[in-house]
Design a protein around this ligand. Structure first.
Ligand code: MN
Length: 209
């Protein structure tokens, strides 16, 4: 069977009500069903547009098309990572990183609390719409806290994302209004460290292969 040539909205690994009270059902549902879906739809529409232009042999504004494409693909990719690195509080959500990721964080940041502080500041201070991520630099073998603007600016393709936090207003406004710091504080109760550690372990394995 042919592999799919278009993107589709992934199912959440938990129910819409399960991240409450840290993320309400209404907030999660609109974020997943409306906002994430819009990036999936947008990326697929760009594929169609490129295909039509290729068939017709017509001119295309490549700069504009690629900017839009990277925006939607980045949005789709990051939201997929974000949903997977959340879990209901007490049922996989919250706590501290363990395993190889816990050790790497301790080594780089001198402890979990310092990492948490730096990641929180990255999230709270992201200008406008953006993300805070924990990534891994394969050249220096260090975990790095990074900010991503919108969905696509400052994304380094060679820096895999271990943990993502969406701080666009659409991610928290229904629950927290303008208080992004409250949302970031709540995130620590639903962060799925096992998933982040799984990503890191898979990455180390693939690098060693
Ligand atoms: Mn979002």
């Amino acid at each position: 069977m042919d592999k799919p040539h278009f993107y589709s909205l992934p199912k959440l690994p938990y129910g819409y009500k399960e991240l409450a009270p840290f993320m309400s059902e209404e907030q999660l549902r609109i974020h997943h069903e409306k906002h994430h879906q819009a990036y999936v739809t947008g990326a697929n529409a760009l594929f169609e547009k490129l295909e039509q232009a290729r068939k017709a042999g017509g001119e295309l504004d490549m700069k504009a098309a690629l900017k839009e494409l990277s925006f939607h693909i980045g949005g789709h990719l990051l939201h997929g990572l974000f949903w997977e690195n959340l879990a209901p509080a007490g049922k996989g959500g919250g706590g501290k990183p363990a395993g190889v990721l816990g050790a790497a964080i301790d080594k780089e940041f001198g402890g979990f609390e310092r990492f948490q502080k730096e990641f929180t500041q990255a999230a709270v201070s992201a200008e406008g719409s953006g993300w805070a991520v924990l990534s891994w630099c394969r050249m220096s073998n260090r975990p790095l806290v990074m900010q991503i603007e919108k969905h696509n600016v400052d994304v380094c393709p060679a820096f895999p994302v271990l943990l993502a936090l969406d701080v666009w207003e659409h991610a928290y406004y229904l629950d927290y209004r303008n208080m992004r710091a409250k949302f970031v504080e709540a995130f620590w109760n639903i962060v799925n460290w096992a998933e982040a550690n799984r990503r890191f372990t898979a990455l180390l394995k693939s690098a060693a292969a």
